[in-house]
Design a protein around this ligand. Structure first.
Ligand SMILES: *Cc1c(COP(=O)(O)O)cnc(C)c1O
Length: 353
């Protein structure tokens, strides 16, 4: 972990917090910052930024698709994708717990006039093929026109079964729908399953990948798909205000992350497992064993412990999720092996004083 020693997130700063609220809190390391400084730049709206182009090319190649497009955020990348796949009055079918439905302020409906049909999503994030098929509308003037199936992987840290995703995509394609994957944490799924990115991407028509989660960049997402889709997405990005100029500074961080921070996601997965296992036998604290797959674990304290536990941890330098009744904790490159020990020690002190 020595390459992270210079990160302001990891240094021996007494005021530093170990932050488990999300993997979005990562700070660029010194080496990543250097890559940003060294990145050759141009005006990307003129399609003249070599670093942005290199990042897009690299991800397209990694995922086995024709093209890619750099976005300021995952929300915008997902929204542009939905706007590519659906016109006004058309419909996306989506898991009710997925980010595109639940956490993007229904941008597709609000800005795009796209109807959304949410499907039941089980605890591990899976939707059923029968539910999806039943949601596809007949050609009837009373209905919107079903155009897109929107999937997600990972969902709350849970890796989606690739055979099931493929079956869902095939069933959707057979009905004339396209398939989009919100792969905010796509590489966590790749690393966990030891499969290639191209294999996971193969059934999908478009994939949105976040660089600013576990991959550790300050900002940026990339939409990957066919040449035709990406050409159309570029116009959507412009409409949404996402055309950026010398964005190679951000793309430089992305290229660095693809080079250096993919395989190390396994370290976050291991840290997650170590902490969750250490907490499993503490009294009055439940650890969700099912949703313990990649870089997240979920704990359920007694209701009366919720606020005091959080206050105790914060007081001792560890921020944990605020969600109730299950608190989400997320591991990332800003948390060292030493921090993992510290986290475990603090939980034990709270529960076994
Ligand atoms: C973070 C995230 C996004 C997009 O997030 P931005 O904050 O807009 O970059 C999309 N989907 C999922 C599942 C996410 O976790």
């Amino acid at each position: 972990m020595s390459q992270y020693a210079n990160s302001p997130n990891v240094q021996g700063n007494p005021n530093r917090m170990i932050d488990l609220r999300s993997d979005t809190v990562t700070q660029p390391t010194a080496a990543m910052k250097q890559a940003m400084i060294d990145a050759p730049l141009g005006d990307d709206v003129y399609e003249e930024d070599p670093t942005v182009k290199a990042l897009e090319q690299r991800l397209a190649t990694l995922l086995g698709k024709e093209a890619a497009l750099f976005f300021p955020s995952g929300t915008q990348s997902n929204l542009a994708a939905l706007l590519c796949h659906c016109q006004r009055g058309e419909e996306v079918i989506v898991g009710e717990k997925y980010h595109t439905f639940l956490h993007e302020a229904r941008g597709a409906s609000v800005l795009g006039g796209i109807a959304m049909h949410p499907l039941p999503t089980n605890k591990l994030g899976q939707i059923e093929i029968a539910d999806m098929l039943a949601a596809i509308k007949p050609d009837d003037i009373h209905d919107p026109i079903s155009k897109l199936l929107a999937l997600e992987n990972t969902v709350s840290g849970c890796v989606q079964d690739q055979a099931h995703l493929t079956a869902l995509a095939e069933a959707a394609h057979a009905k004339g729908l396209s398939v989009h994957l919100d792969g905010a944490r796509f590489f966590n799924a790749v690393v966990k399953q030891n499969k290639s990115a191209a294999e996971l991407a193969a059934p999908m028509d478009s994939i949105s990948i976040c660089l600013s989660k576990g991959l550790g960049t300050p900002a940026g997402s990339v939409l990957v798909g066919s040449e035709k889709l990406i050409r159309y997405a570029k116009r959507q990005r412009k409409i949404l205000g996402g055309g950026m100029r010398q964005s190679g500074m951000l793309a430089g961080a992305g290229l660095y992350a693809l080079e250096n921070n993919i395989e190390r996601l396994a370290v976050d997965h291991e840290h997650t497992r170590i902490i969750a296992e250490a907490l499993t036998n503490l009294p009055n604290l439940e650890v969700d064993q099912e949703r313990l797959q990649t870089n997240m674990f979920f704990i359920k304290p007694l209701p009366e412990d919720h606020a005091p536990l959080q206050a105790f941890m914060t007081e001792h330098g560890v921020r944990i999720g605020w969600q109730q009744p299950w608190m989400r904790c997320v591991l990332h490159l800003g948390v060292s092996a030493q921090d993992v020990e510290q986290i475990i020690t603090l939980f034990k002190r709270y529960y076994q004083p």
